[in-house]
Design a protein around this ligand. Sequence first.
Ligand code: PNS
Length: 171
Amino acid sequence: MNPRRPVTALYPGSFDPVTLGHEDIARRTLRVADRVVVGVAHTATQAKRPAFSMADRLEMLEEVFADDDRITCVSFRGLLVNFAREIGADVVVRGLRAVSDFEYEFQMAQMNREMDPEMEFIFLTPDAHLSFLSASLVREVARLGGDVSPFVSPPVLNRLTERFREQVEGD
Ligand code: PNS
């Protein structure tokens, strides 16, 4: 017998907040990897002020993936390639929703490869009914009082409702 070494995938992002699209990608990753580390980056390439603190984003991720101990959630500082090496990731996973994602993803993958030629990147597509979904659209719809329950899990929905109720009251 030749027991195979377990494959670790790193799924990095901002997850501000985690959507059903992110969940779908993380769970799909388990079809090609034995464990998934969801890595929440302190530094996002498309710099934007996050709606949720790092602690909140991590808490939501942990609640959403509480049912599967093959998925762990951590934050990381600095370069993705360094963090990937640190945790012994075999592969970095990103979701590709549409052609419009391609340019940004391709640029990042190529830059990361310049920094670490050993690191492999794979791109997974979400289920078709989630292919239009983005955390920024979910935030905007929630902020304006729209119903985002079809797009996020219940723990995230609760946080969004709380977060934007506070904001409206604070306005
Ligand atoms: O969900 P996002 O915001 O599209 O994720 C982007 C993320 C976090 C994967 C990217 O910004 C990243 O890798 N940040 C860590 C810092 C880094 O390595 N930057 C160089 C990227 S080529």
